[in-house]
Design a protein around this ligand. Structure first.
Ligand SMILES: *Cc1c(COP(=O)(O)O)cnc(C)c1O
Length: 411
């Protein structure tokens, strides 16, 4: 008799987006003429930069002749792309990496999900609340947690509350934890962390022989000075942190798929006997065994991000979304709403007015202004009373949405 992995049964259905869909469909049936604007999506909408398209075309042609055809490539990624990553994303910030410390992959979702495999089952993990669900769900699947309780939290996970009071930067855990997931700039709050605050986490990790899994998918959206783009800007972080980056949000690769993970050779975890072991070796082993590498064509497309044209074009892309973020942020402020984020990230996190819960505000916004957003509580219990809007819409629909906040929403 084949047994299933019963840990999967601990996971609740993907309630959030299903429930949003259900409510929007019902509204549309009842109001067929309403023009519904979606500011709930966490996906980009602008086309790929022309430099990327050119490079993809050329790579396709290379595949058409034996001389330049590529079969299986290195699982860790091609050197031409890794070199660019190091040269453009790290060296200018004073961070030196070797080629074998960067692993090209098909996504940060997969990498942040797969990384837990190289850690023992008995590790205590900590996540922020609200949180990107992948970090939690993959640990549930692995059996590192108990069941979910009525408040929506799994047993045996340490949840670090992020709210207006702590400026959406978690406090250090009171109990000892072994693995900490941090994401800055943050999805869903759109808020970020200062170097000083991040330093506390690196010190905590060093003192407790813990590991920080640092998701920097939104690094390119940072506009303020002094906000760390990489955790390795903090001294000593190479000993305790793995960093995840993606081309999804900076270059529009959500459907094209390319990302990378940095595992410095210094970063160690321990055997049960207490012997230090390099995580780089384990991740390399994991990837070479279970992953075939990102297609050559796609890596060529990603490499074009680092050309002069590519750099200009992705800056324009980010600027487009960040102009939307500003439009939303300022528009909502002008009607007296309390808003967070939207300065260093394409997400605006607003405090629901008049103490409404997240879903009540969802219904109100849909009914009065025909705008769809994401209830904050869907990202964790500490998101209750908050609401997420994204800057990934078109400029026109973003402006229209903001004007509806001003004229149609009864505050
Ligand atoms: C979008 C996003 C990513 C990127 O995931 P990909 O799999 O590379 O597309 C990573 N982390 C967070 C928190 C995100 O929102």
């Amino acid at each position: 008799m084949a047994l299933i992995n019963e840990n999967y049964l601990k996971l609740p259905g993907s309630y959030l987006f299903a429930e949003i869909g259900r409510r929007v469909n019902k509204f549309k049936q009842e109001n067929p003429d309403a023009n519904v604007i979606r500011l709930g999506i966490g996906d980009v909408t602008r086309a790929l930069p022309p430099a990327v398209i050119d490079s993809l075309h050329k790579a396709v042609d290379e595949m058409s002749v034996e001389d330049t055809f590529k079969g299986y490539g290195p699982e860790q990624g091609y050197s031409f792309l890794i070199q660019k990553v190091i040269e453009y994303d790290y060296l200018p910030r004073g961070i030196k990496l070797d080629e074998d410390e960067v692993f090209i992959s098909d996504g940060s979702k997969c990498d942040t999900g797969n990384i837990q495999e190289i850690f023992g089952i008995d590790n205590k993990i900590a996540v922020t609340d609200p949180v990107y669900p992948v970090y939690v769900d993959t640990n549930v699947m692995a059996g590192r947690t108990g069941v979910i309780n009525e408040s929506g939290r799994f047993e045996n996970i340490t949840y670090l509350s992020c709210n207006a009071e702590n400026h959406f930067v978690p406090e250090l855990p009171k109990n000892r934890v072994d693995i900490i997931y941090l994401c800055f700039p943050n999805n869903p709050t759109g808020m970020t962390i200062s170097k000083e605050e991040l330093k506390k986490w690196v010190e905590y990790a060093k003192a407790n022989q813990s590991i920080i899994l640092y998701d920097a998918a939104y690094e390119a959206y940072i506009t303020e000075k002094d906000i760390p783009h990489s955790i390795y800007e903090i001294e000593g972080a190479k000993e305790v942190a793995i960093e995840f980056r993606s081309f999804s949000k900076n270059a529009g690769f959500t459907g094209t798929r390319c990302a990378y993970t940095v595992v410095p050779k210094e970063v160690m975890a321990y055997t049960s006997k207490g012997e230090a072991y390099p995580l780089n070796k384990l991740w390399n082993r994991r990837q070479t065994t279970k992953f075939n590498g990102v297609p050559y064509i796609i890596q060529k497309g990603a490499a074009a991000v680092y050309t002069e044209e590519g750099q200009k074009q992705i800056k324009a892309l980010i600027n487009y979304y960040m102009t939307n973020a500003k439009t939303i942020r300022e528009g909502l402020k002008s009607v007296g709403l309390q808003v967070f984020g939207g300065v260093n990230a394409p997400y605006i996190w607003l405090k629901t007015p008049n103490g409404l819960d997240s879903w009540a505000f969802f219904d109100k916004l849909l009914n009065e202004a025909n705008i769809v957003g994401t209830p904050g509580v869907g990202f964790g219990p500490s998101g209750q009373g908050y609401f997420r809007l994204t800057a990934f819409g078109s400029q026109e629909s973003t402006e229209e949405a903001v004007s509806r906040f001003k004229t149609r929403l009864k505050l």
